[in-house]
Design a protein around this ligand. Structure first.
Ligand SMILES: Nc1ncnc2c1ncn2[C@@H]1O[C@H](COP(=O)(O)OP(=O)(O)O)[C@@H](O)[C@H]1O
Ligand SMILES: [Mg+2]
Length: 277
């Protein structure tokens, strides 16, 4: 079967991954600070927009102005692309029970996006108490059920998590409630929300890049996101040589090299160098 691909926008990378990321996949960009994850993600959206593949940048770390100005350093003028191509969305971190998922879905609809960047999963995890995410109640529970409140109460007590009815937005399934994360602070809860967010992102019809932090061993801090995604690209720095590296460690449905690729941040952003280790 021929797999539809979405080009990465990084010079030299597509030919190593059979033409691009599999359409509608989640790829994790994992690395320590300053390794180039955000620049990579900006290139992905900028190059896409030039080909009429619109994008959304969900940022929990930087303002839209900061991201655009970072992109400008590498000749990517997002304002010049025109309206309705790439939407930068700042996620507030000071709103209790913020429905992040609806915010993402609305943004995608606004620009008819086929590319999505989420920067970063770790910032989401670190601020997890502030969010709520829509979930569907299993077991055929419908909001029209006359015994709904009683039933919800019973289930709430059962699962000991706090469920709330979401203000139902247009097009939302009747069974959708909002899962408030207010009291979730353990590592297990972070992992549960990581899975939930990544799963929800797979239903968006967009091809997604998700940036997150790594520790010294190049592992994610939440310890599960590598497993929950379709693709994993690790960003590193070769301390001895003072050079940057990138390694495609996992990409489902794709034959790809496993060696560390030497990269540099040049005038147009991240590019692969000819010579590899
Ligand atoms: N004009 C430039 N030329 C080369 N490298 C740059 C330039 N501007 C920034 N950098 C490098 O890019 C890094 C920031 O990259 P970024 O993608 O924001 O990292 P992160 O992985 O934390 O998202 C800086 O720490 C710096 O090392
Ligand atoms: Mg970053």
């Amino acid at each position: 079967m021929v797999i539809a691909r979405v080009s990465s926008g990084i010079p030299g990378l597509d030919k190593l991954i059979e033409g691009g990321f599999p359409k509608c996949s989640n790829t994790l960009l994992l690395g320590s600070p300053g390794t180039g994850k955000t620049i990579f993600a900006l290139q992905y959206l900028f190059e896409g927009a030039k080909k009429k593949e619109n994008g959304v940048y969900i940022s929990l770390e930087s303002t839209s102005a900061e991201l655009k100005s970072q992109a400008m350093e590498f000749g990517m003028d997002f304002d010049k692309l025109g309206d309705g191509k790439v939407l930068f969305v700042e996620v507030p971190l000071d709103r209790v029970s913020w429905n992040l998922f609806d915010q993402i879905r609305d943004a995608i609809k606004d620009v008819n996006a086929s590319r999505l960047v989420f920067d970063s999963l770790q910032a989401f995890n670190s601020n997890i108490d502030m969010f709520s995410i829509p979930v569907t109640f299993f077991g055929g529970l419908a909001l029209s059920d006359p015994n709904i409140d009683e039933e919800i109460l019973k289930r709430k007590q059962d699962v000991k998590y706090k469920y709330e009815r979401t203000p139902v937005s247009e097009g939302t399934d009747d069974n959708q409630l909002s899962l408030s994360t207010k009291n979730w602070s353990s590592q297990v809860s972070h992992q549960r929300l990581t899975y939930l967010l990544l799963r929800q992102m797979k239903n968006l019809d967009t091809t997604n890049l998700i940036a997150t932090y790594s520790n010294g061993d190049l592992k994610s801090l939440d310890e599960v996101s590598e497993y929950a995604v379709d693709g994993l690209i690790k960003f590193g720095i070769n301390d001895m040589l003072g050079t940057r590296t990138l390694r495609v460690e996992k990409m489902r449905q794709t034959k790809h090299p496993l060696n560390k690729l030497n990269v540099q941040i040049g005038a147009s952003g991240i590019e692969l160098m000819q010579k590899t280790d």
